[in-house]
Design a protein. Structure first.
Length: 319
C-alpha cells in the first residue's frame, strides 16, 4: 500500500455534539434517597493546595464547602454534588482521593491546565458527567472506569495519556456503562483495535476517537449500534491506521455525522450509506475507496457536507 502523508484537519467545535451548552446536564437531586458517606472537605482542601491555595480560590475558606457556599461547588444539602471549575485558569493535580466523594455527580475542568496522573474514578456510582478535556493529564489508571454506573458523558480529549507506556487501551468493563451517551477520547494516545464492545452500549450516541493510534477494521457489530448519531474515527496516526471496508457504518440507521477521513479504508462506498436519512455530515476523504459514489446519495435531502476527495473514485458527484 502506498504511504501518504496524513493531513491534520482542524475540528470545528461548533459542528460537534460536544459543546459548552451540553455541559448543563441536570443533576439528580433525589432527596428521598439515603446519601452515601463522603469525604468531600479533605479532598477539596487537597485540591485547593494543589492549585496554589486561597489566592486562586478565595472563597474556599473554612471546613464547610456547602454551608459556606464555596464558588464553583454545588451541593445537595450537606453533600457536594458538583465541581464546576471550568474557565478558572487553574494549574495543578487532582487529588488522588477524588473517588471518596461518594455523592459527586458532575465534574467540569474545561479552561484549565491540570496535569499529572488522573486519579481513579472507581466507585463513583453517582457520577453522571466528567468534562476533563483539554488538560495535560499524563496517565489513566487501569480501574478508572470501574463502577461508573450512572455515567452519561465522559470527555477526555487532548491529554497525552500513558505515552511512556506506549499508550492505553479501552478496558472491556466499559460495556457495563449502560447509561453512557457520549464517549469523547480524541487525541489521548489510545491504541489497539477498535473494540467491538462499544457497539453494545445501548445508549451511546456520540463516539469520538479521532487522532489516536487505532488500527484494524471497523467491527461488524457496529452495523447494529442502536442509537449512534456521531462517529469520529478520523486521522488515526501511525503506519497502519484503520482500514478495510466501511460497510458496517452503513447499517447505523441513526447516524448523522460520520468522520472517517485520513485513514486507509478501501473498497467501494456502500449503497446503503446513501440510504441513511439522518446523515448530514459525511467525510470519507483521504482513503483508498474505489468505484462510483452511489446514486442513493442523491436522495439524501439532509446531507449538507460530503467530502470524498483523495480517493480512487470514479464518476460524477451526486446532485
Amino acid at each position: 500500500m502506498q504511504m501518504r502523508e496524513k493531513k491534520r484537519y482542524s475540528v470545528d467545535a461548533s459542528s460537534s455534539p460536544l459543546s459548552s451548552s451540553s455541559s448543563c446536564l441536570k443533576l439528580c437531586r433525589c432527596r428521598n434517597q439515603k446519601k452515601k458517606t463522603e469525604r468531600s472537605w479533605p479532598v477539596l482542601k487537597e485540591l485547593l493546595q494543589n492549585v496554589g491555595g486561597i489566592a486562586y480560590l478565595p472563597s474556599w475558606t473554612g471546613d464547610d464547602p456547602c454551608g459556606s457556599k464555596w464558588d464553583y461547588i454545588q451541593c445537595d444539602g450537606t453533600s457536594v454534588t458538583a465541581i464546576e471549575l471550568k474557565n478558572t485558569g487553574l494549574h495543578g493535580q487532582l487529588p488522588s482521593s477524588l473517588n471518596s466523594m461518594a455523592n459527586l455527580q458532575s465534574i467540569a475542568l474545561q479552561g484549565n491546565n491540570f496535569s499529572g496522573p488522573l486519579p481513579s474514578f472507581s466507585g463513583l456510582s453517582s457520577l453522571q458527567s466528567a468534562y476533563l478535556n483539554y488538560q495535560s493529564f499524563s496517565a489513566i489508571p487501569s480501574d478508572f472506569f470501574h463502577g461508573l454506573s450512572s455515567l452519561t458523558l465522559l470527555s477526555l480529549d487532548y491529554s497525552p495519556l500513558n505515552i511512556s507506556d506506549g499508550g492505553w487501551m479501552l478496558p472491556g468493563e466499559i460495556v457495563e456503562l449502560r447509561e453512557l451517551i457520549t464517549l469523547s477520547l480524541t487525541s489521548t494516545h489510545l491504541t489497539g483495535a477498535l473494540p467491538s464492545f462499544l457497539a453494545l452500549l445501548p445508549n451511546l450516541q456520540n463516539l469520538h476517537l479521532a487522532y489516536n493510534h487505532l488500527y484494524g477494521s471497523i467491527p461488524p457489530p457496529f452495523a447494529s449500534s442502536p442509537k449512534l448519531v456521531s462517529l469520529q474515527l478520523n486521522n488515526q496516526i501511525g503506519a497502519h491506521p484503520l482500514n478495510g471496508t466501511i460497510a458496517p457504518v452503513a447499517g447505523i440507521q441513526s447516524l448523522s455525522q460520520l468522520w472517517l477521513q485520513v485513514n486507509a479504508f478501501s473498497g467501494p462506498i456502500p449503497d446503503e450509506l446513501g440510504a441513511l436519512v439522518s446523515l448530514k455530515d459525511c467525510r470519507l476523504n483521504d482513503n483508498y475507496l474505489v468505484g462510483p459514489i452511489p446514486v442513493s446519495f442523491e436522495s439524501l435531502t439532509s446531507l449538507s457536507s460530503l467530502a470524498v476527495q483523495h480517493n480512487s473514485l470514479v464518476g460524477p458527484l451526486p446532485r
